[in-house]
Design a protein around this ligand. Structure first.
Ligand code: SAM
Ligand code: SF4
Ligand code: SF4
Length: 347
C-alpha cells in the first residue's frame, strides 16, 4: 500500500529542539467513553454537548495517511487509545489499514476492558499486536468509585481472559494509583496477576487536563508503591525494553512475572519522550500536557500533497521543546495554562 512518498530520500530521522527522536504515534480514535473515571473525565464536569460531532472525526483513511507519513519521520509503533477506543465501530478496519503500512512494527491498544470480551478475537484477527487494559481495583466498590460508577470488575477480567485466549499473551494492566482511593488494591492486584504472563503497571495520578481536581498531595509516589510490593514479594530491576520506555520494569525475584511503574510526577521522563499524539478531530500534539495542537484535519482536507504534509510534520517535531513534567514544580505559568483533556488526546 505504501510508502506514500515517492521520494525515499525524504525518509529521515528528525530531532526536536532537545535532541529527541520520534518513535511512537498515539492515536486517540474517539473522545467518547462509557466510563467517567474522576481522574480523567469527571461526570459532573463533562458537558454533554462538548463531544465531537460525527463530521468532526477523522476518517480512518485520513488517520492511516497521517500514520504513513509519520513512519517517514521514524514512527514504528502506534498506540490506539481514546476515550474508549472499542466504542469506535470501525476500529478493526483501522487496525487492518495501519497493519498494512510499511515501517509499522507494532500496533497496541489501550482499553478500559469493559467491551473487550466480545471483541478480542476480531482485534487479533485485524492485526492488533498488543493490548493494555486499565483496571484500578479488584474490589467492585473501589472499582466503581474509580470508574465514575460504570462497568464491572468481572467484565474487565473476562475481557482479559478472553484476550489471553485470543492470543494476546503479555497484556499490560494499567493501574492509576490515587491516595485515599485505591491504595488498598495494590497488593490484591499483585496477588491476582503474579504468576500470570500479564504485567501490572502502576501509574502515578497525573495532572492531565483541567477537570480532575489534581493536587500533588493525592499522588502516591511510585517508590511507595514499589516498597509495598517489594516488602511482600521482593523485586529486582530489569533493563528497559527499548530507549524511552515510560515504565521502569521490575521482575519478581522468584520468577513469577513482572511489574512496572510509570512515574510522571516523581521521576519525569521528558528527556527520552519520543511520542506524538493525534486527537480524534485531527490535531497533532507534541505533549500530553499541551494546550494547542497542529490542525492536521484542515490540512488534509485542503488537498495538500504528501510531501508538503510531511514537511509540516517534520517542522512541527523539529520545533518541539515540550518538557512539562520536568518543569511541573518550577514553572507556575506553564502549569496554570489550559491543557487538553486526557480523554481527547489519549493516554
Ligand atoms: N479508555 C481507555 C482506558 O481507560 O484504558 C483508554 C484511554 S485512557 C485516557 C488511557 C490511560 O490513561 C488509562 O490507563 C488511564 O487509567 C490513564 N489515565 C487517565 N487519566 C489519568 C490520570 N489523571 N493520571 C494517570 N493516568 C491516567
Ligand atoms: Fe474513559 Fe479511559 Fe478516561 Fe476512564 S481513563 S474515563 S475509561 S477514557
Ligand atoms: Fe513527553 Fe510531555 Fe510527558 Fe514530558 S510531559 S514525557 S514531553 S508527554
Amino acid at each position: 500500500m505504501l510508502p506514500l512518498l515517492q521520494n525515499k530520500e525524504r525518509k529521515c530521522i528528525v530531532k526536536d529542539s532537545l535532541g529527541r527522536t520520534l518513535h511512537d504515534l498515539r492515536i486517540s480514535v474517539t473522545d467518547q467513553c462509557n466510563f467517567r473515571c474522576p481522574y480523567c473525565m469527571p461526570y459532573k464536569k463533562i458537558v454533554k454537548d462538548s463531544f465531537l460531532e460525527k463530521d468532526e472525526f477523522l476518517e480512518i483513511s485520513e488517520i492511516t495517511r497521517i500514520a504513513s507519513l509519520a513512519t517517514q519521520l521514524g514512527v514504528k509503533k502506534i498506540r490506539l487509545t481514546g476515550g474508549e477506543p472499542l466504542l469506535r465501530k470501525d476500529i478493526n478496519a483501522l487496525i487492518s489499514m495501519i497493519q498494512g503500512i510499511e515501517g509499522i512494527t507494532d500496533i497496541a491498544l489501550t482499553t478500559n476492558g469493559s467491551l473487550l470480551a466480545n471483541k478480542a478475537d476480531e482485534l487479533k484477527a485485524a492485526g492488533l499486536n498488543r493490548l493494555t487494559v486499565s483496571l484500578d481495583s479488584l474490589d467492585e466498590e473501589i472499582f466503581s468509585a474509580m470508574s465514575g460508577g460504570f462497568g464491572a470488575v468481572k467484565d474487565v477480567l473476562q475481557g482479559i481472559t478472553t484476550a489471553g485466549k485470543a492470543g494476546f499473551k503479555k497484556i499490560k494492566i494499567n493501574v492509576v494509583v490515587e491516595k485515599n482511593a485505591n491504595e488498598s488494591s495494590i497488593l490484591d492486584l499483585v496477588d491476582f496477576f503474579r504468576g500470570t504472563p500479564h504485567i501490572l503497571r502502576f501509574i502515578e495520578f497525573m495532572d492531565v487536563g483541567t477537570k480532575n481536581n489534581w493536587e500533588a498531595t493525592q499522588v502516591i509516589p511510585s517508590t511507595e508503591t514499589y516498597r509495598k510490593i517489594h516488602h511482600k514479594y521482593p523485586l529486582v530491576s530489569l533493563d528497559a525494553n527499548y530507549p524511552g520506555e515510560v515504565a521502569s520494569r521490575y521482575a519478581f525475584e522468584d520468577g513469577k512475572g513482572e511489574v512496572g511503574f510509570i512515574s510522571s510526577i516523581s521521576q519525569p521522563f521528558c528527556q527520552d519522550c519520543s511520542r506524538l499524539r493525534l486527537s480524534p478531530d485531527g490535531k497533532l500534539y507534541a505533549c500530553l500536557f499541551a494546550t494547542e495542537g497542529m490542525d492536521v484535519k484542515s490540512l488534509l482536507r485542503s488537498d495538500i500533497s504528501d510531501i508538503a504534509l510531511f514537511d509540516c510534520f517534520k517542522n512541527f517535531w523539529m520545533e518541539r521543546e515540550d518538557r512539562y513534567s520536568e518543569k511541573r514544580f518550577f514553572d507556575a505559568p506553564q502549569i496554570q495554562r489550559p491543557k487538553v483533556e486526557m480523554y481527547k488526546i489519549g493516554g
